[in-house]
Structure formats: structure tokens, C-alpha cells
Design a protein around this ligand. Sequence first.
Ligand SMILES: [Fe+2]
Ligand SMILES: [Fe+2]
Length: 290
Amino acid sequence: MSKIVFLSDLHLSPTHGFFWENFRLARDAADQAGAEAVVVNGDLCINGPDSDAEMDFARAALGKLRTPVLALPGNHDVGDEPPGQDLAQLVDEARLDRWDARFGTDRFALDAGAWRLIGVNAQLFGSGLEREREQWDWLEGRLIASSHRRIALVLHKPLFIEDEGETAETASCMTPGPRAALLALLRRHRVGLVISGHLHAERDRVVGGIRHLWLPALAFLGSGDHGGRPAVGAVVVDFAGAEASVMPLAVPPLAPHDLAAIKGHGRYRFLRDMPASPPPAEPASRPAAE
Ligand SMILES: [Fe+2]
Ligand SMILES: [Fe+2]
């Protein structure tokens, strides 16, 4: 078994259900993909940093998957690392505790085919929290122990937008200081692939000898202000060989939601500010997958 489904940027909420139908379609497709696991690469919620109910809702929604789930947090789950896009929602201990209470962990190591996937909490890099130091140590330990395999790093935010040396501090990707340290660590351990979400855009290219795969979102299209192609969807990655093979997840067409239109073209700053629009209630038990 070497196939892994990647879902990213679900943006689920019990009160703001704009993207529920896309998630439901992708979840059912993920269970039919014959994959070893489903990796959920962050932004499960809309207002996760401040809402127990949203985190509960996301956990319950993912709990309906029959395939094992490995979830990593995004900025809409535990908050941004500084400087962030919303000073009121920076990552902190209480927000990490809220995640831990539902998902148990914010990192994983998973073998698939010829590869070892190492998942980390992107929101810790540059946070200055004690847990950041601890994660660095954990990551280095996992890399040292994985030298016999091809290695892929999985995290919510991309390391950079266009090139490794860009200097802008932006919430769109990792900040320059932690990025340089992480890239040096990845190179020391010959990491071949980095898989990220967050920008709601597809991209697949090699920069400086490392392949960077951006995942499409389930919820809505990216702005297109960055490189890559704004996209909704999900992918299946086959890790059988020395090169990971990326295919679209076979899913009915997802609604290509336009974030600006949903937010009333400036009327609402954040999705959490929108009037309530709950998703349809789900049956207590899903019908069996075909
Ligand atoms: Fe997102
Ligand atoms: Fe994000």
C-alpha cells in the first residue's frame, strides 16, 4: 500500500457551512480511493483558534472517514505564527491545547511505499513557543532515523512563494528566518519533497533540488496573487517509487467558491464575521461506501 489521499483547507464550521458540500463529496471519494491514509493538511476550521465548537465539528466530520486520518493544524485551527494576518489570532498554548484535546497530536511519521512522510505543525515555526523548540528536536530526530527512505515533509504553509531567498514577512508562507533553518535541515537529510496547503492553489515544481507540491483546497479558490493555479480539489499521491506520483482525487465536480464574493467584496473582513449559514444536518450514520 503506497497511496495517500491529501485533503487541505476544508474550512468547516457548524455555523458557516459554505464549503460543507465540497467536503462531503471529497470525503466520500477519499474513502473510495483505496488509500492507506488520508492526510488533512490544515485549515480544518474557519474560526478554530477561538471556537471549541468548530474544532469539535471538524473532528466529528473527519471521524466519519473510514480511512485512517492524520490531521495537521493550519492557521485557521491554532492561529498564525507572528506577524500573522490577524493579531487577535496568533498561535499560543491555549490554542494548541484546544487542538490537542481533539486530535491528540500535531505531527506524525508515516511510511508509504518507498517513502517516509513526516508531518509537522507549520504554525510553530517562528512562534517562539517552547513547543517550537521541541518540534525542531523531534523533526531532526525523525530525519536522522529515516535515512534509509525517501523523505517527504508535510505541513500547512509553503516554505516560500517564488524562491528560497525572498525576504518578505508574510502570512502567505513561512517567515524567512525559520525557512532558512528548515531548508538547511531538509538538505542535510536529503528530503526530496515538501507538501503544503494554505494558498488554495496547485503548484508542483522543483526549487534548489527539492520538489514543492502545493495542494488545492476543498473550500474555495485562492486569490491568484501568488504563483500557482487557484484550485479546488484533492489529490492522491502514490509513494511506491523513487518519484512520488500525484493524481487528482476522483471526485464529482466541487463548487469553485469565490472568497471575495462570499465575503461581500469587502463587506466582511473574515469568514467568521459573516451572517450564520449552517450546513445541512448530516444523518447519524453515513450509508456504506460502494
Ligand atoms: Fe485555507
Ligand atoms: Fe491557511
